[in-house]
Write a protein that binds this ligand. Structure first.
Ligand SMILES: *Cc1c(COP(=O)(O)O)cnc(C)c1O
Length: 469
């Protein structure tokens, strides 16, 4: 399998190189040159497979030529073996034909574990083979950091540095990062905000001199392997609800458009999906595009669903690329005008094409709390605020009551106690067994000033299993 850039100018890469790449050299994102397509018979034959075996069948074409089958199978069995639920991604019924796909049974209680548990293992496998080491520098406003650290903690060939804004992540989120120890794990609290952290990561990719030749790897959802891993659970859910003989709809709490883009790919690979709902919070750039063909940046709002607090959606470029007939030049042009502050609309027929599959809704904090309360009253289930936004959007935008509606349950409610409390749900939430002593654990974290040079000096001092690069 070869991968090409959405801006058409960077060299095509194989899976191994795309795994180790961040942005393409032309500023674009990598996508498969040709998407695999499965027949209905083939998909139907996967019913009842354990999650890791389904994962093998769905992802195999993407890694062909880079990872032998037997090794890939072993990696997948290990990856999904760490999930705390036998079904890995169980479906829970809310109403008649409405389901929540629980993606929060991984080590850090959010869906990001599906991709980052795999990414850590794939990196180590590929690096071992090459005899290389890499450094990861990532920024987090919450869920990505802990999932990335959990995914990489056993990696022999990776040192991971996660930057979070000092005193601006929730205590559960902070402790999920700072209580994991290892000579290759480095938590840095920056005296600044999330944007400051993200800027430092971008600047480090742009100028890598401080790494003394060690490769820098991206763990945010621009990394293709993360998207790839998320395709699997769309198949997993559909197969349990009568697919592929029957069509299924999905509502996806959305920020950077990574998770829902995986659903779009599942459909293009042959899975009958009749509707994908983009569920956003008040940071609604994607809803403004889907409802009015305007892709324009606005100011950032802090919400009760912080993992979706974004101004721009990095993976949206991957959809735009397809909407424009995979014309890299056109995408480079759009992105240029966006960068210059203009924002953009796409031609009417391209937008109409997108709207055949996608619907959208923006849900504010008050509606989020109302939905948590409503679902609790109806079913006794406590939703996290991100999932609640998915449920609200599903109920507002649903096209057919005959088609099963699956809402992606992106996080465990215990990670977001403020929202649950604001919703007036009195039920005490308990941390799962593997985290029950989280508040008693020792923490390790270095506080650094909001200064790129200080951060880069820290990385080069500690980037080789805690020793200087
Ligand atoms: C990351 C995250 C999202 C948003 O996913 P994208 O792939 O960025 O659209 C939604 N909910 C939770 C809980 C998350 O951690």
């Amino acid at each position: 399998m070869r991968y090409i850039s959405t801006r058409g100018q960077a060299p095509a890469l194989n899976f191994e190189d795309v795994l180790l790449a961040g942005l393409a050299t032309d500023g674009g994102l990598y996508v498969p040159e040709n998407l695999p397509r499965f027949t209905q018979e083939e998909i139907a034959s996967w019913a009842g497979l354990p999650y890791h075996e389904l994962a093998f069948r769905v992802m195999r074409p993407f890694v062909t030529g880079s990872i032998p089958d037997a090794d890939f199978k072993k990696i997948l069995e290990e990856t999904y073996g760490v999930f705390a639920h036998n079904a890995v991604a169980p479906l829970r019924q809310l109403n008649g034909n409405e389901w929540v796909l629980e993606l929060f049974h991984g080590p850090t209680l959010a869906f990001k574990d599906f991709a980052l548990q795999l990414l850590g293992r794939l990196l180590d496998y590929v690096l071992e083979k090459r005899g290389e080491r890499v450094v990861i520098v990532g920024a987090t406003s919450g869920d990505t950091g802990s999932a990335a650290i959990e995914g990489c903690k056993h990696c022999e060939n990776v040192d991971i540095f996660i930057l979070h804004p000092h005193n601006r992540v929730s205590e559960v989120q902070r402790r999920q990062m700072t209580t994991i120890f290892g000579e290759n794990i480095h938590n840095i609290a920056i005296e600044g905000n999330f944007d400051d952290c993200q800027e430092m990561v971008k600047a480090s990719f742009a100028d890598q001199g401080f790494l003394k030749g060690t490769r820098l790897v991206a763990v945010n959802s621009i990394n293709w392997a993360r998207i790839m891993a998320q395709i699997v659970y769309y198949f997993h859910a559909a197969l349990q609800l009568g697919g592929p003989a029957r069509s299924v709809a999905f509502s996806v709490p959305t920020g950077n458009f990574g998770d829902i883009f995986a659903g779009y790919l599942a459909r293009n690979m042959g899975l009958p999906i009749n509707q994908l709902i983009v569920a956003t919070n008040r940071n609604d750039i994607l809803h403004r595009f889907m409802s009015g063909n305007q892709y324009v940046k606005e100011t950032l709002h802090a919400t009760l669903s912080p993992s979706m607090d974004i101004m721009v959606s990095s993976n949206f470029e991957r959809l735009l690329f397809d909407l424009h007939g995979r014309n890299g030049e056109a995408i480079a042009g759009l992105m240029d005008s966006f960068k210059q502050g203009g924002g953009f609309s796409v031609e009417q027929e391209r937008w109409t094409e997108a709207r055949k599959l996608f619907d959208s809704l923006a849900v504010d904090d008050a509606q989020t709390c109302e939905t948590i309360a409503e679902v609790y009253e109806q079913t006794g289930e406590v939703l996290d605020p991100h999932t609640a936004i998915g449920v609200k959007a599903a109920r507002e935008c649903r096209r057919s009551l005959d088609i099963p509606m699956v809402i992606l349950g992106t996080a465990h409610p215990v990670k977001f106690p403020d929202a649950v409390e604001k919703a007036g749900v009195g039920k005490a939430l308990e941390l799962p067994v593997h985290l029950s002593d989280l508040f008693e654990r020792e923490e390790r974290c270095t506080v650094l000033p909001n200064d790129l040079k200080a951060v880069q000096a820290f990385v080069s001092q500690h980037g080789n299993r805690g020793k200087p690069l």
